[in-house]
Design a protein around this ligand. Structure first.
Ligand SMILES: [Zn+2]
Length: 216
């Protein structure tokens, strides 16, 4: 990291500390230094333009966040094979923190979904196998939109992959149990960063409906 970048980060941390650590209203002194109790787990993309805490104007302690390439949830697999960072975070959020909502936050211009749609040639790439978690989204979109251009396919796939992640969440027994027994909500949200609109997946219609109208 360049010295200039480091200084920028330090200046940012100084402002953060003034806001959350100082005075009688210090969030950390009053509550967060002794534990966290976020109500929502957000699974978002690593994309620098899609920061869930910034987007929700959330403060420290508000959101439990997992970020990865293309905001994907893998299906539940044996804990004894491979390493499962996303699954571990979901387990902790649901079983220990007992979050009330899980939000899958997808977005326009997702590079991970583009890699899924276009394919990854490098056989050593970690990205190819990872994004194929949503391969059934790709297959469905390609089948149903055979004459569409690449950009449209990406856009459709960004939304379809959110549905795959919602379905995969239910393959975790502790998620299915929490949905059934304590009303855990599974929510799919799509952020169109080209026009500032936010929409939510409606499983009764299978469509995304606008929550916040286009801002531009
Ligand atoms: Zn993305």
């Amino acid at each position: 990291m360049s010295r200039r970048q480091t200084l920028k980060l330090l200046a940012g941390f100084k402002r953060f500390k003034e806001k959350y650590f100082s005075g009688v209203d210090s969030l950390y002194a009053n509550s967060l230094s002794s534990g966290q109790s976020p109500k929502t787990l957000v699974i978002a993309c690593s994309d620098s333009r899609v920061d869930p805490s910034l987007m929700a104007s959330a403060g420290p302690g508000d959101l439990f966040v997992v970020r990865n390439v293309a905001n994907l949830v893998p299906p539940c697999e044996s804990a004894h094979n491979g390493l499962h960072g996303v699954s571990a975070a979901i387990e902790f959020a649901v079983k220990s923190l007992k979050v009330e909502n899980i939000v899958i936050l997808g977005h326009r211009q997702c590079g991970g979904i583009r890699a899924l749609v276009e394919g990854v040639e490098d056989k050593e790439s970690f990205i190819g196998p990872w994004v194929r978690i949503a391969k059934r989204a790709r297959e469905k979109v390609l089948q149903e939109n055979i004459h569409s251009d690449g950009e449209t396919l990406c856009k459709l796939c960004e939304k379809e992959a959110i549905k795959v992640s919602l379905e995969n969440l239910m393959t975790f027994p502790f998620v299915a149990e929490a949905v059934e027994n304590r009303g855990l909500q599974l929510i799919g949200v799509y952020f169109d960063l080209e026009n500032g609109s936010l929409s939510e997946y409606d499983d009764t219609t299978g469509e995304f409906k606008t929550l916040i109208e286009d801002a531009l």
